[in-house]
Ligand binder design. Structure first.
Ligand SMILES: NC(=O)c1ccc[n+]([C@@H]2O[C@H](COP(=O)([O-])OP(=O)(O)OC[C@H]3O[C@@H](n4cnc5c(N)ncnc54)[C@H](OP(=O)(O)O)[C@@H]3O)[C@@H](O)[C@H]2O)c1
Length: 314
């Protein structure tokens, strides 16, 4: 190891991108503070992190929407380690369905975890970092924080909010030039978030092409902690989609529905309507990776399914 271990706090650490970030920091010998709601999945990741070489691993079962609970967890982490070096906000949930079909508590639940949860995190780590005069916050947003897509209103609004939050933090903390505020916006990543999503529509979501690994995004997250300019979009495809959204709005709005159906849904999976993990953890489904397989093959299967449905139409 070429540097002192850092204290790295990760939210959403029991699955997907947060788990990959925890594992990467563990391999670098850092001290880890891992947050999520489900304690069993957290314990699994903590054991892996210890085996990977973390200097120490502590876990806290907390709902990021609960401001007082987040305050306590941050205070405990500072009491234990004396400081925080890198804080990564990766806790997130998704709901699919038309705005009027998603129950209000589920819609609000997405906003509470993704946006209010990010604010709660920042509210309690910021005084610590400002007092230290150094440290980094990296929030995981999404390509969807730059565009609109069908039937994901709560998620779209939450991720536009996360992007705004990062910019706001940069403006508000100009008097602490050594603090870093990073932002990473993935497109499709192979994690369980799609299977975990609340669903109130006629299809299940899937990560759209090009699908990146959670480890690839985690590398960018930790690079962004040291060099915020390395953040932003995680793939060239994100830039193309944003370009279409911004410069050709009429074309974008017309095409996004059919393209979303083919590339970002799995038309062959059974639809199970319900809140998924939005209101409570379903930690038994948390894992480093998801289960949707090859995205190009998925598009092929969707096209075949649409052709079959068209043929069967009376
Ligand atoms: N996967 C993608 O394609 C993709 C693309 C763009 C952006 N993102 C963003 O990347 C981030 C990580 O997503 P992921 O794909 O890694 O998802 P994931 O595999 O489903 O992991 C989500 C993590 O957040 C935790 N979590 C959920 N709600 C929480 C709450 N209220 N309080 C505390 N922890 C909570 C989950 O554990 P518990 O349920 O046990 O709490 C889990 O550890 C999210 O912000 C997501 O929006 C993902």
């Amino acid at each position: 190891m070429t540097r002192e271990p850092r204290v790295v706090l990760v939210t959403g650490a029991s699955s997907g991108i947060g788990e990959a970030t925890a594992r990467l920091a563990a391999g670098r010998g850092d001290h880890l503070v891992l947050l999520a709601r489900g304690p069993v999945a957290l314990a699994r990741v903590a054991a892996d992190c210890d085996a990977l070489g973390a200097s120490s691993t502590t876990v806290a079962s907390v709902d990021m929407a609960d401001d007082e609970a987040v305050r306590r967890v941050v205070a405990d982490a500072v009491a234990r380690h004396g400081r925080l070096d890198v804080v990564v906000g990766s806790a997130g949930v998704v709901a699919y369905g038309r705005l009027q079909d998603v129950p209000a508590e589920v819609f609000d639940g997405v906003l509470r975890t993704n946006l209010t949860g990010s604010v709660n995190l920042v509210r309690h780590v910021l005084p610590v970092l400002r007092e230290q005069g150094t440290g980094s916050v990296v929030l995981v947003g999404s390509l969807i924080g730059h565009i609109a897509v069908p039937d994901m209103a709560a998620y779209v609004l939450s991720k536009w909010g996360v992007r705004a939050l990062v910019r706001q933090l940069r403006v508000d903390n100009r008097d602490r030039p050594q603090l870093r505020f990073g932002y990473v916006a993935p497109g499709g990543v192979d994690t369980p978030i799609y299977e975990q999503a609340a669903t109130y529509g006629d299809a299940v979501g899937r990560p759209p092409f090009p699908v990146q690994s959670p480890e690839r995004v985690a590398r960018q997250v930790l690079a962004t902690a040291d060099h915020p300019w390395r953040g932003g979009q995680t793939s060239a495809a994100n830039h193309v989609i944003r370009f279409g959204f911004t410069t050709l709005p009429a074309v974008y709005d017309r095409l996004v529905g059919p393209l979303f159906r083919v590339a970002a849904q799995d038309l062959l999976r059974e639809v199970v309507l319900g809140p998924g993990n939005v209101l409570t953890s379903r930690q038994e489904h948390n894992a480093l990776r998801g289960s949707h397989g090859n995205a190009v093959a998925g598009i092929g299967r969707n096209l075949a399914e649409l052709a079959r449905r068209r043929k069967d139409r009376p």
